[in-house]
Ligand binder design. Structure first.
Ligand SMILES: Nc1ncnc2c1ncn2[C@@H]1O[C@H](COP(=O)(O)OP(=O)(O)OP(=O)(O)O)[C@@H](O)[C@H]1O
Ligand SMILES: [Mg+2]
Length: 563
């Protein structure tokens, strides 16, 4: 009997027509075709009437068989066996495949189909349910119907989840860059491949016990089983469900359960068990996928991810040219300046939406006018976007952010080591790495190696923050009071090699202006009085305690007296 070809792919589908198969299922042709190979024809006949899938415990085995048989790729194997790539992918990932295709693939790979097939074919005589979502629950997911670009990111995530069968995928990136929107868009696109789908936000995070109870109840309401008191047991139940059914679970805002004031990726005490959930989802065998979004990379992901492991992460970056559509939808004009605006905000959709609203309100939508007033980085609620992340930083991370803002130019690891000479080199590296996990530093590849800096909106925020803090220290100064930031950072650049006094930094100008204008002092003389008092308080103190305070006060006094 000649193989039939799939109309769309041209690949060989079944050796038998559906009429033949129906006849076999009724037992009429079984003796003719199957019994020669398989004496347990009753079982085989039952199995033939439906599709089969590889049981989850055998998925690794079939993948290994592909390698053992020296097929360089799934494509190569698909063309060798004369089936479509989609069929081969489904087979390798434990999704249902027509009986005859299933047995043919097994034969080619030297596998015994009865050993590796999921055993439920013995219990059911009904055809396999269609591979469509049986249950879905989108509680709290935002509408992502207006969504531009990101084709590359979606294609990559699809490949990881559907082809590589990743069990854990993290979508990372800074606040407002579009992680949530992307997760919704992705889930909508791939949902037909899953039998159940759940989308949840952790913005107001439930305890892990409540989350597990919610997931188990939503996935299997008919079970009527009460959640166990043991988190371990509930995770095991969830993983059993993940093994038996192909589920997609999206958990948005993972950073809400992570600690503030510590290096990135550590859990708040009460949410520690979430780490265990991630670890087991990543390491245990099942056919489902957990997608999380976060502005910080959880430590488990950093440890477990790898190109050949079923754990991956994608950092969502600049929306690029597609961001023009956001400006267009907002009805902005001055198109020749749009590229500049997008670059300034690094294609962050939320920042662009906010700034576009401001431009609309204050400059009748003309981006050119907006730039003429050089307000670009200082308006709107953009600071809120960065602030959310900045306030979560550990003291050492803040310190590094301040230095990156003060220096303005990208700094190498060697530069940072010099600035943090009081710390172990490993601490400097860990701090930089932690900022990177939060997508807060930009890496610039230069001939001499990597350098690190802040993107403009972040630099603006951090500089403003530092200026405000230093002005507050001066404003609230009273005798015997310790100040910190005024002594920690130099307001002028170091002397050059000729011994000439360094230039004032940008931050110096901002502090001087703010002392006058932002109402920290009722009049100029009180500024001077406070600075003089600080100067006097420094007399006789050890240099280590004074830090940069002496020279900072000196240049501020000089500049203010001259005005
Ligand atoms: N590709 C896109 N096309 C159009 N709008 C987008 C796109 N991506 C994001 N947005 C919009 O930008 C805003 C911010 O996106 P989103 O909430 O997904 O960011 P986020 O990275 O999840 O932020 P956070 O870290 O604060 O949770 C939303 O209003 C969203 O609709
Ligand atoms: Mg989000």
């Amino acid at each position: 009997m000649e193989p039939q070809r799939d109309k769309t792919t041209g690949a060989k589908r079944d050796r038998l027509s559906s009429r033949d198969l129906a006849a076999i299922a009724r037992g009429h042709l079984a003796g003719m075709i199957i019994l020669e190979k398989d004496p347990s024809h009753f079982l085989t006949t039952k199995a033939m009437s439906r599709s089969l899938r590889v049981s989850s415990k055998n998925i690794e085995k079939v993948k290994f068989a592909l390698k053992r048989n020296n097929y360089p790729s799934q494509n190569a194997f698909a063309s060798e066996v004369g089936l479509s790539r989609a069929t081969v992918t489904s087979f390798l990932n434990g999704r249902p495949v027509d009986f005859l295709n299933f047995t043919e693939i097994c034969e080619k790979l030297g596998l015994n189909w009865q050993e590796i097939a999921h055993q439920d074919f013995e219990e059911q005589n009904d055809p396999a349910p269609p591979e469509a979502v049986k249950s879905q629950n989108w509680n709290g997911a935002p509408d992502a119907s207006i969504f531009y670009g990101r084709e590359k990111e979606i294609a990559e995530l699809k490949e990881w989840i559907l082809t590589d069968n990743c069990r854990l995928v993290a979508v990372l990136g800074m606040s407002g860059i579009g992680k949530t929107a992307l997760s919704v868009k992705l889930a909508k696109k791939i949902q037909p491949e899953f039998t159940c789908l759940i989308w949840r936000s952790l913005r107001n995070p439930p305890s892990v016990a409540d989350l597990l109870a919610d997931l188990l109840q939503t996935l299997s309401p008919q079970s009527g089983q009460q959640p166990s008191d043991s988190t371990d047991e509930n995770i095991s139940r969830l993983l059993q469900y993940f093994q038996d059914h192909r589920c997609l679970v999206v958990l948005d805002n993972w950073q809400s359960i992570l600690k503030s004031g510590d290096f990135a990726g550590h859990y708040r005490e009460e949410y520690r068990d979430y780490g265990e959930l991630l670890r087991r989802v990543a390491e245990e065998s099942h056919q489902s996928c957990l997608v999380l979004t976060s502005s910080e990379k959880p430590r488990e992901i950093a440890f477990l991810e790898g190109e050949t492991l079923p754990v991956r992460s994608l950092v969502v970056g600049d929306l690029g040219e597609e961001a023009r559509k956001i400006l267009q939808a907002k009805g902005l004009s001055g198109e020749e300046e749009w590229g500049r605006l997008i670059f300034l905000y690094r294609g962050n959709p939320l920042a662009l939406k906010i700034i576009a609203t401001t431009i609309k309100d204050l400059f009748a939508g003309d981006v050119g006018q907006f730039f003429k007033h050089s307000l670009a980085l200082d308006v709107g609620n953009i600071r809120g976007i960065v602030e959310q992340q900045f306030l979560r930083l550990s003291p050492l991370e803040r310190d590094m952010m301040y230095w990156l803002a003060i220096e303005e130019q990208p700094l190498s690891l060697k530069d940072l080591r010099g600035l943090f000479s009081g710390y172990k080199f490993s601490q400097v590296v860990n701090t930089l790495e932690s900022l990177d996990l939060r997508s807060l530093v930009e890496k610039a590849e230069e001939e001499v190696g990597s350098k690190f800096t802040l993107q403009p909106a972040v630099m603006q925020y951090v500089t403003n923050h530092l200026v405000e803090k230093i002005c507050q220290e001066i404003a609230s100064f009273s005798k015997n009071q310790q100040f910190k930031l005024l002594g920690n950072y130099p307001l002028q650049k170091p002397q050059n090699s000729d011994g000439q006094t360094g230039q004032p930094r940008r931050i110096f100008v901002w502090i001087k202006n703010q002392l006058y204008t932002e109402g920290n002092f009722s009049n100029n003389s009180s500024v001077l009085e406070n600075l003089e008092e600080i100067k006097a308080s420094l007399q006789g103190k050890p240099a280590i305690e004074v830090g940069y305070a002496g020279e900072n006060v000196e240049i501020l006094l000089k500049a203010l007296n001259a005005e």
